[in-house]
Design a protein around this ligand. Structure first.
Ligand code: AVJ
Length: 368
């Protein structure tokens, strides 16, 4: 990082494919039984536009509900946390982020904003817009996938880490645990984590939100095939697939699928793969987990986080949780996950600190 640069993008940048792992992820997902694709590949320029349209749909309640909760609680949570740095996973167009930035700026605390997003284009947009809206703010965009370890440049003062929109629901419970542990490691004493989660509710309302009458969600779902066509030279015919979204009770999640209308073959030229689809066979493109307060609380707890504030709308559609490190301190903050995992062994005297470090000579992280 070059010191003194107020606005910059860190990480892979310039000219490289926007989806560096697309080829291997597509091969893995489409050679699986049943077939699946990771939802992060919805979001090319068109997919992101379609998602913005979804957020405005009458049936899609999460965005406006979360915004209304955030409007109400932005001041009190900033008051409680007194952050100087705001770190945000998956900001998208960062529409809701302003509510927080304004609340922080109003108190004269605002120093740094660190958006972490897969899309360099999105980050550039945020940098341009927020760079002029907040002239004293340092913005360090990080290109990255929230399922990969991210290195946050060191800073001073309190941190507020946020993950909004209910996007954690795209992760399986096991993946969510891993992600939340990585969040816990970013936190120091007094730092806070704000998480948006969509809540369990009437099934008809849930299913309507993913089967809108204007067909925008269907177009969004099908767009993942266009992304593969454009980036991997595939010949998916979108007309041969049907959008399917339903609530899976056992797993407490909405699932989106693309179902083949006929038996057919698809060639994905750039990865030398021919995929066969039977009539009625489906490719699962997204899971969107729905939670209760106690599920969120338990999930935070497993990551070493303690729920200190739970906020919802009057209908209980969407939840925002505010949490902090259990015990208020993280002796292992900001160190590699592998080392952090060894913490219990260290504390119980089953491993020596020196041995532990010796095992990490090849680690990409500096160890000292
Ligand atoms: C952005 C992952 C929160 O799961 O509701 C919207 C994506 N998919 N409609 C969600 C989505 C279909 C959305 N998240």
């Amino acid at each position: 990082m070059t010191a003194g640069k107020r606005i910059q993008i860190l990480g892979r940048s310039g000219g490289v494919s926007p989806f560096p792992r697309l080829a291997e992820d597509v091969r893995k997902g489409l050679t699986k039984e049943p077939k699946e694709l990771p939802p992060k590949y919805f979001y090319d320029a068109r997919g992101s536009k379609l998602f913005e349209e979804i957020c405005e749909l009458p049936e899609y309640y999460p965005t406006r509900t979360e915004r209304s909760i955030l409007t109400r609680i932005a001041d009190p949570i900033v008051e409680e946390c007194q952050p100087r740095t705001l770190i945000e996973f998956g900001p998208g167009n960062a529409n809701k982020t302003r509510l927080l930035l304004d609340a922080i700026a109003k108190r004269g605390l605002l120093r740094r904003y660190v958006p972490i997003d897969l899309s360099e284009d999105f980050l550039r947009e945020i940098l341009t817009i927020f760079g002029s809206a907040y002239p004293n703010l340092s913005i360090h965009g990080l290109i990255g996938d929230f399922q990969q370890p991210v290195e946050i440049p060191p800073d001073e003062g309190r941190r507020l880490v946020v993950f909004l929109g209910g996007t954690i629901g795209n992760l399986t419970p096991g993946e969510a645990d891993v992600f939340l542990r990585s969040v816990a490691r970013m936190l120091g004493p007094g730092d806070r984590f704000l998480l948006g989660t969509d809540l369990v509710k009437d099934v008809r309302q849930l299913e309507r939100a993913y089967n809108d009458s204007a067909g925008v969600t269907a177009a969004f779902n099908l767009n993942i095939l266009s992304v593969i066509n454009q980036n991997l030279g595939a010949d998916f015919d979108l007309d041969r697939f049907e959008h399917l979204a339903f609530y899976n009770h056992e797993e407490s999640r909405i699932e989106m699928h693309l179902v083949a209308r006929h038996a057919h073959l698809v060639r994905i030229k750039d990865i030398d793969l021919i995929v066969s689809l039977e009539k009625g066979e489906s490719v699962r493109t997204e899971i969107s987990c729905k939670y209760t307060r106690s599920m969120v609380e338990a999930m935070l707890k497993r990551a070493g986080l303690r729920l200190c504030r739970w906020e919802t709308d009057e209908k209980g559609l969407f939840g925002l949780s505010f949490s902090t490190l259990e015990g208020g301190h993280a002796p292992f903050s900001n160190i590699p996950p592998e080392l952090a995992r060894a913490k219990p062994a260290l504390e119980q005297g089953q491993a020596s600190a020196k041995d532990l470090l010796r095992g990490f000579q090849q680690s990409p992280w500096p160890v000292f």
